[in-house]
Design a protein. Structure first.
Length: 399
């Protein structure tokens, strides 16, 4: 690990979150084309059949025209349907045309053309409504078998039987997965929106509770001071002093409230560490639902900052493939402490002394009465942060 500011990781999430979306730019279009085009390998057999010269000139020309039309309709229909809902009668017409082309070409040009039914099955699974796709896929497989019987090449048809049947149903599974991904994305956005609204409401309630009484009292005493000022200036001066005290206390309350909102929470940082490490393809062992009983707010915040800095360095700079986070309660000569340990199997630090990140963490922990240890381990880098627990807190084996 080296020292650097913490990344938010949102760019990586955005790159991984394109499932189920139609192409939005040139890059997305190229990626979807790279997904579709490799599956055109099944066209090698009919193309080779036409190039071999086994057919008449007219049949060869008709075959090339039919193959070109089949592939064009397939690419346009399937490519435009990725991540989009059913397009209506246009897709139905496209599937019917593809059905006709596949059957006519296979029955007239031979078993080398049975691979077209694979693409027909994919079209049914990708573009048609699921309830329709469930019966059109086996119907497509049956049509291929009948074509094989018609051209006396049942063996070739049996060779593609499972491919035609299973690839269609596999595509219906992909569609359900895409739909689930889209719904989860929408649900996540809704939850985030509701959480933000709830946080605003909570802040509004807290500010009202903190300032409502103080501001009302300031208003009342200001009115009293105004009425007393002409005849009783000494009493008015006392009211002004009271106003000053109330306003100062209100300012202190607001500062404490804002500090509480800004303070990071260790439980939230542990959950965020699990997400960040998993997204970075790092095998993570992170404790869930930690017991923070007796941990002072300042100490918890210091550990949260330490965990945030450590995970940032693991993800961005260490090159580690595994990371372990431990949260333990220990009894020391100075009293009970809560210990946070983060160890990875990466390349370790620069070896040139602590950087700004570790220096800042050391200062934070010292203010909370804690300590920080960081250095190379046997297989990577290890960071250990400790903060004292409140008096009377029992120390167990783990948090």
């Amino acid at each position: 690990m080296t020292e650097d500011p913490r990344p938010d990781g949102e760019a990586s999430a955005d790159r991984l979150d394109g499932t189920g979306r139609p192409p939005r730019d040139r890059g997305a279009t190229l990626r979807k084309l790279m997904w579709v085009l490799p599956w055109l390998v099944f066209l090698a057999s009919p193309a080779n059949d036409l190039a071999s010269g086994h057919h008449t000139t007219g049949a060869t020309a008709a075959g090339w025209a039919g193959l070109t039309a089949f592939v064009a309709i397939y690419l346009v229909t399937v490519f435009r349907s990725i991540g989009r809902p059913f397009l209506g009668w246009s897709v139905t017409v496209a599937v019917v045309v593809e059905w006709t082309l596949a059957i006519v070409l296979a029955c007239t040009l031979g078993g080398s053309w049975f691979g077209l039914f694979v693409y027909l099955s994919v079209m049914c699974g990708v573009t048609l409504p699921l309830r329709v796709a469930y019966w059109t896929i086996p119907l497509t497989t049956a049509a291929m078998m009948l074509a094989g019987w018609y051209v006396h090449d049942v063996a070739e048809a049996w060779g593609l039987f499972l491919a035609v049947l299973m690839v269609g149903y596999a595509m219906t599974g992909v569609r359900r997965l895409v739909a689930t991904t889209v719904e989860l994305r929408k649900a996540r956005a809704t939850v985030a929106h509701l959480a933000a609204n709830e946080e605003r409401l909570r802040l509004a309630r807290d500010l009202h509770d903190l300032l409502g009484h103080s501001l009302s009292l300031i208003t009342l005493k200001s009115e009293l001071a105004g009425r007393m000022l002409p005849d009783h200036p000494d009493k008015a001066a006392q009211q002004v002093l009271d106003i000053e005290q109330v306003s100062r206390q209100a300012l202190v309350d607001v500062r404490e409230a804002v500090t509480g909102y800004r303070r990071p929470r260790l439980a939230a940082e542990l959950a965020g560490a699990q997400v960040a490490l998993t997204a970075a393809a790092v095998t993570a062992e992170v404790p869930a639902d930690p017991d923070l009983t007796g941990v002072p707010d300042e100490g918890e915040a210091a550990l949260a900052w330490a965990l945030r800095e450590a995970i940032t360095n693991v993800v961005r700079h260490s090159g580690a493939s595994a990371c372990t986070v431990e949260l333990l309660r220990r009894q020391t000569l100075d009293g009970p402490v809560l210990e946070l340990a983060v160890e990875d199997n990466g390349s370790g630090g620069s070896g040139k002394g602590p950087g700004n990140g570790l220096t800042g963490l050391t200062e934070r922990l010292e203010k909370a009465g804690g300590t920080l240890e960081a250095g190379r381990a046997k297989r990577g880098f290890r960071l250990v942060a400790r903060v004292p627990l409140g008096s009377g807190v029992a120390v167990g084996s783990g948090a």
